[in-house]
Design a protein around this ligand. Structure first.
Ligand code: FCX
Length: 436
């Protein structure tokens, strides 16, 4: 058993006991009232999930195991003091609940580099059988499903595994899957956009650095950006579509590949992870229609209003939970201002930030007029030379694997049962509405 798994076993054993006791002692306690409006508008605010890896505060933004992004920047191990924290450290924090030391992070880097070599050939053949015009998310998700032939969990389940042992093969599968996503991503990227000229992983590199390297963006600056990107998109508590879908499918004891694939299908929607690509199309059209990369505030305002008048959303703005500027947006903006202050796209994003919140607020219906993570991530990637928009959601998915798959392991540690809420008919809801 590797050192991370050993520590997880220690932490997990006592936590799963605590959960059983909580349900035994306080299972009947009423948590909240739920209104018809909540159920019929996306269940916002309904507490229905247990997720330890992170928690989203409407004003403050995300905290991973209690740590804000600036705190993580200070505490998680880095390669260089002035660099970005390594996503491997965030994975350990979300998994174990403790800040790791550099040696542990290095161990995870090496472990993932080792496991990344195990992708079976048929996965690449399956990708190659798709047209290169297929959206990278189609290719990514197809590859994830194709990798499920390697599932430790499925093999162990077929062999007859005791319920209390589910977490072990789940951990092995998750470690394999996370380790392999960078290779798959770079393979798809090079296949679609760089004439199949594939680049081998460099086992001496960290996980995120290797993504940049294999994509062909191997400067230190691109690796630093990739570390930031992989940390910022890693988790957003349990109710967002990708986390929720991964968790739900996992409760049927589907293996980690099936479960994660479900989450990635959700991430591919334009209101979730695909918003980062949508933002780039919105910016491109803005530049084309107005005829300049440096539009005035009034021109941006007019363009934003026209988008709303066409019955469309302004991508990169709004959020189901957040009610302030997303700190993941601010972190990226700060990063850009530090390293590439003159990049035209970043200047455009900053100017849009001055205009769009007022336009959205003036509709009177948008609950959060502020930018989310997707309002800037594509412009940042593009400014560093990663200009192919369709890969952006795949990169989001690679990062999101860290949080949702960590939670999936915890679901099995906690012994979470099959999830099966009730549904009711329209007539039933109408009847409830009439009752006093
Ligand atoms: N542009 C235009 N209208 C918007 C809007 C936006 N950016 N954000 C919300 N609205 C509209 C909604 O469409 C809804 O209209 P309706 O009453 O006519 O149906 C109304 O405002 C109320 O919605 P609200 O409660 O504020 O928002 P929801 O929780 O329903 O939806 C999302 C949240 C994120 C889906 C919404 O703000 C949106 O569509 N944003 C644009 C897409 C986007 O950026 N998604 C990425 C989100 C996130 F960061 C991520 O997952 O990556």
């Amino acid at each position: 058993m590797d050192q991370v798994k050993q520590r997880l076993k220690e932490v997990g054993e006592s936590k799963s006991e605590q959960l059983k006791e909580l349900v035994r002692e306080h299972g009947d306690k009423v948590l909240q009232e739920v209104t018809i409006g909540q159920v019929l508008s996306g269940m916002k605010g309904v507490v229905a999930l247990l997720t330890d890896t992170s928690k989203l505060d409407p004003s403050e933004g995300i905290r991973f195991r209690g740590y804000s992004i600036p705190e993580l920047r200070a505490k998680l191990p880095k390669i260089r003091e002035d660099g970005e924290p390594l996503p491997e450290g965030l994975f350990y924090l979300m998994l174990i609940g403790e800040i790791p030391d550099k040696a542990t992070v290095d161990f995870i880097s090496q472990e993932w580099a080792r496991r990344a070599q195990g992708i079976p050939d048929h996965v690449f053949k399956v990708i190659d059988s798709l047209p290169i015009t297929a959206h990278p998310m189609i290719q990514f998700n197809t590859a994830i499903l194709a990798m499920s032939t390697e599932s430790h969990f499925r093999r162990a389940y077929m062999a007859g595994m005791d319920k209390k042992d589910y977490w072990g093969p789940m951990y092995e599968g998750v470690m394999d899957l996370i380790s392999r996503l960078p290779v798959i991503t770079a393979y798809i990227y090079r296949r679609c956009f760089h004439g199949q000229k594939h680049i081998k992983p460099d086992p001496s590199l960290d996980w995120a650095g290797n993504i940049a390297h294999m994509m062909g963006h191997s400067s230190e600056e691109a690796k630093r950006l990739m570390r930031l990107y992989m940390v910022l998109h890693a988790d957003h508590e349990g109710g967002n579509v990708s986390a929720h879908a991964t968790h739900l499918v996992g409760t049927a004891l589907s293996n980690p590949y099936y479960s994660f694939s479900a989450g990635m299908n959700g991430l591919a929607g334009p209101l979730h992870g695909m918003a980062n690509q949508e933002v780039m199309h919105w910016l491109e059209k803005l530049i084309k229609e107005i005829g300049t990369e440096t539009p005035s505030v009034d021109q941006i305002k007019e363009y934003a209003i026209a988008t709303l008048e066409q019955g469309r959303v302004i991508p990169g703005y709004g959020h189901a939970v957040l009610r302030k500027t997303d700190p993941r947006f601010s972190e990226q903006l700060n990063f850009a201002k530090k390293y590439i202050p003159d990049a035209p796209l970043i200047q455009l994003v900053s100017k849009i930030y001055e205009v769009v919140p007022d336009v959205l607020a003036s509709t009177g219906k948008v609950k959060n007029p502020w930018p989310n993570v997707d309002a800037i991530s594509g412009s940042l990637l593009s400014s560093y030379g990663i200009k192919e928009f369709p890969i952006y959601t795949v990169l989001f998915g690679v990062s999101r694997s860290l949080g949702v798959l960590t939670s999936l392991i915890w679901d099995r540690i906690y012994g979470m049962p099959l999830e099966r809420p009730s549904s009711q008919t329209f007539d039933w809801f109408e009847e409830q509405g009439k009752q006093k």
